[in-house]
Ligand binder design. Structure first.
Ligand SMILES: [Zn+2]
Length: 318
């Protein structure tokens, strides 16, 4: 088994295993995924058809087929582990997603019979050991996964960073985790000053005191901090508690992701880092910005509403 010797440190690096639905919709190619897999009956997926253009429900069109079976003269498939299945969008009944995958490893799992109810004293059936797939690898997907960025993100990134971002996605979808992690870090690096300015503006929109806002802005000062990781780290320490997302400091999370060494990590581990980094980055860069714009608009409106009606100057008594 691969990677048996490298035990991840601490619980934070322990990843929840991918679900079967995530395997169908998100798994990159040529990466072994350690899950007990059978394609789910229904999935949610972004439909590209003009009738839909959003996330819709999709249903599996048929049972899984072994690739190469049903060939002329009933020739045996060369590889019984290579399988395929398709899904169709329920809404438009038009878009079809097909994946090809290979069962890489099987193991035993113990199935315990359900406990009977009542007072039956009959001996229960002993637990049975059954064969299950324990590791799968996606080897094909059609159409190719989209690398179109959401409009807001694309616009806010600008041409160069958007290009790096798309390349990160292409690498990720093809299992080149190390390249994906490097590209997405470059995006964070190029956008660090903007991220910090954004955090300062968000603090302003929450009417936080000037000193707090100034402390955040100071992080972007290139004469003090030259490495983008250092800037992010400093910004995260002055990020106000009132702006935490849940109980998380998004800048601190981003800092911990980009400062993690990727030396010696497997492609799978790098893909996980690239995915986490882009998720946090997207949140701060797109979501937080949109929230702030909304908030500012609302505050402006409230200000106007709450302004005391200007009474016309009383004309001097005559
Ligand atoms: Zn559709």
């Amino acid at each position: 088994m691969a990677g048996g010797q490298a035990t991840p440190k601490g619980d934070e690096s322990k990843k929840k295993p991918m679900t079967a639905e995530e395997f169908v919709t998100k798994a990159p190619l040529y990466v072994k995924v350690p899950i007990s897999f059978y394609p789910p009956r229904e999935i949610s997926f972004d439909c590209w058809h003009e009738k839909c253009g959003k996330e819709t429900s999709w249903v599996r069109t048929d049972e899984v087929v072994v690739v190469g079976s049903g060939s002329e003269r009933g020739a045996r498939p060369a590889d019984y582990d290579l399988k395929s299945c398709s899904y169709i969008c329920i809404k438009c009944q038009h878009s079809v997603l097909t994946i090809v995958y290979r069962d890489m490893q099987r193991g035993k799992t113990v199935v315990r019979p359900r406990l009977g109810t009542g007072m039956s004293s009959r001996p229960s059936t002993p637990p049975a050991s059954v064969d299950v797939v324990t590791e799968v690898m996606k080897v094909g997907q059609y159409p190719a996964p989209s690398v179109v960025l959401p409009k807001d993100l694309e616009r806010n990134l600008g041409e160069d960073a958007a290009q790096f971002y798309r390349r990160a996605l292409v690498c990720r979808n093809n299992g080149f985790g190390l390249a994906a992690a490097t590209y997405i870090r470059r995006v964070v690096e190029d956008k660090t000053n903007e991220l910090i300015e954004l955090a300062a503006e968000v603090a302003e929109s929450h009417q936080l005191d000037e000193a707090t806002v100034a402390a955040i802005r100071k992080a972007a000062d290139s004469t003090v901090y030259t490495r983008f990781e250092d800037k992010l780290q400093y910004a995260s320490t002055v990020f106000p508690d009132t702006l935490l997302v849940g109980s998380y400091n998004p800048l601190a999370t981003l800092y911990s992701l980009v400062s993690k060494g990727i030396h010696g990590l497997s492609e799978e581990e790098c893909i996980a880092i690239a995915d986490d980094t882009s998720a946090v980055f997207d949140y701060v860069f797109a979501k937080l910005r949109a929230d702030m714009t909304e908030r500012n608009k609302f505050v402006e409106r409230m200000k106007r509403l709450n302004q005391p009606d200007k009474k016309p100057e009383p004309s001097p008594a005559e």
